[in-house]
Design a protein around this ligand. Sequence first.
Ligand SMILES: C[S@@+](CC[C@H](N)C(=O)[O-])C[C@H]1O[C@@H](n2cnc3c(N)ncnc32)[C@H](O)[C@@H]1O
Length: 220
Amino acid sequence: MSTDLAEYYRSRAPEYEVIYFRPDAARLFELEEQARAVRSWLAGRDVLEVAAGTGWWTVHAASVANSITATDINEETLAIAKTKPLEKVNFQIADAFALDQVPGTFNGFLACFWLSHVSRKRLKEFLIGVYNRLEPGSRVFMADNNYDPNLGGRFVQEPGNPDTYRLREDKHGEEHKVLKNYYSREELEDLTQGMDNIQIHMGFHYWWIMYEKPSSNKPA
Ligand SMILES: C[S@@+](CC[C@H](N)C(=O)[O-])C[C@H]1O[C@@H](n2cnc3c(N)ncnc32)[C@H](O)[C@@H]1O
């Protein structure tokens, strides 16, 4: 069984976007609401996007942003994003934990369906990395799934381990143990502490958060 997250997404890149076409009106409605929130929050911004994948959310942000640097660890997912009719997008291979390697100056940030894949012990490191790459007053948008017992593979919790996982099979029959953490409103409040103009949306299937990095550049 593989626990390599990057490899899991590499293997399923061609069929990844089926998650956005589930025949479920409530989900589709929430995703459209999320897209509207992305568009209104990041309009006019120079956006750093991490774990952009196949570019589903890049498309929404690109329709309003001044520029986007869309990054992902996998060439295979970005190759699909690059086939989309996107202007103003610069694609870069980058590890979400090494954002200092990404060239550019940013006043916007986007990460959809990524935070669930960050282990609890690296969460602070990731958020500090984001903070350090953004100009004062930058706007951040992050979104992810709420826990659903009926979707996303068998749920796995291990004694003494703060992270949770889903067991998923790829199309070749290989089983993957995918790191997948879920956030409560209280946890999201905690991780946005010290930020400005915080908005936390807890939907039924999805959550999203919007906040601004304070205008005075305090150290993280
Ligand atoms: C759930 S997908 C999200 C894709 C896209 N943001 C979306 O919402 O449709 C997670 C993405 O994280 C990428 N990824 C995995 N490990 C990564 C890492 N260490 N740094 C950056 N991206 C990573 C995968 O290649 C995959 O594209």
